[in-house]
Design a protein around this ligand. Sequence first.
Ligand SMILES: Nc1ncnc2c1ncn2[C@@H]1O[C@H](COP(=O)(O)OP(=O)(O)OP(=O)(O)O)[C@@H](O)[C@H]1O
Length: 447
Amino acid sequence: MDIIASDSPSLEGLTSMLEGYDCPAILVSVDYQILAINQYYREEFGEVLLQAKPRCFEVSHGYNVPCDVAGEDCPLAATLDSGRKERVLHIHQTPRGKEHVDVEMVPIHDSQGKLLFFVELLRAVAIASAETGSKTLVGSSKPFNLMLEKVTRVSQSDASVLLLGESGSGKELVAHAIHQGSDRAKNSLVTLECAGLTDSLFESELFGHVKGAYTGAYSNRTGLVELANGGTLFLDEIGDVPLSMQVKLLRLIETGSFRPVGSSSAKHTSFRLICATHKNLAQMVKDGVFRQDLYYRINVFPIYVPSLRERRDDLALLISTLLKRISPRKEYHLTDSAFHVLKQYDFPGNIRELSNILNRATILTDTNVIERSTIEECLIIDQELNQQIAAQPTECVNVNDTKREWVDLKTAEYLYLSDLLSFYNHDKVKVAEVAGISLRSLYRKLQ
Ligand SMILES: Nc1ncnc2c1ncn2[C@@H]1O[C@H](COP(=O)(O)OP(=O)(O)OP(=O)(O)O)[C@@H](O)[C@H]1O
């Protein structure tokens, strides 16, 4: 709610009011000047010399023009425009480096409705970083920030989230970020990878089983929904849940109750649900392979996770972060032309593919400088496989499709190898090793 002062509020009154907020807060004039700051602000962002009449865009960004003039969203301009409180996700310069900050701008009017000041509330977004080397979600491009804004908002609610986006784009990392930013963070995030599970495996993983429920069930097993009680349940590749199991999942989501396999008594659990898929669920509903009622249940708050192609501005930041993760002790760098080659590449496997390419490059590099030729060598391997996979009919690649029919042995072998390829991110050497065949045989069998 906007604050409407009963009278023309004094600067002193507003300054002391700032101390009433439980987060960093500043008082800003309509022409961007910072008039006062509270103690939380001092502790998190440092002292501000108010006598120098600093402006918010200078202090927070080091700009000499307002954010909207510098090509960013400006919460002050947005509030002036709408006349209401506005929220924007910004990247601020802080004593710790660049940080994502959730900025809320509250207009303060006098009793006649004249706009006098703004109170700017700044809440650090700990689930992401705009700095190299972080273990959280890394990024600062516009598509990334738009996504992060949604992630920040939804993590404060208990709504079910559906994460959409290509494989390797970071959906699982986003699910972790939502859980970490939520009130449920003190409890567990429990993940079930739904791809490749048979009906009975899915049911026993999710709901657990009692001793003797079936051959081999030598003891009771707690289901994942029970482990997720009080926390978050993350169902990855929800599009792969067998149709026959979808109704059981729906019942669980609607009532919170479930029955372990072989048990006659129902149990109750309470979790926040996050689902992810790279499939087109709406189309699957049309095709009759995904239940419409379940689709609406899980799709309360969809978030699109952008592909790496759509956030090329993050490439340099991601490269340095991934290189630090891959080699914490030896510091690697790319030459400009090596970076240029990656900048031109489309990354069908997204950040996971980038990570694999860099991993390979560090193995192939003797010094700590990764040359263009090394990157090109690493890319050729990926491009070849991506082309081979793209050339195959999609029903062959997707062995877990609910409409799968029995196939001959040669096709089954091909499907198995294709699946291994996508599982190991097109690393042919690894796939040949796992399949127990030579690299040459692998090439032959994939032709
Ligand atoms: N924003 C990011 N910053 C840093 N690393 C990231 C980011 N997004 C993804 N990654 C890394 O990329 C890899 C793939 O991410 P993740 O497993 O979350 O993708 P996904 O979309 O869930 O893939 P899939 O659909 O295949 O399950 C992981 O190693 C993850 O740590």
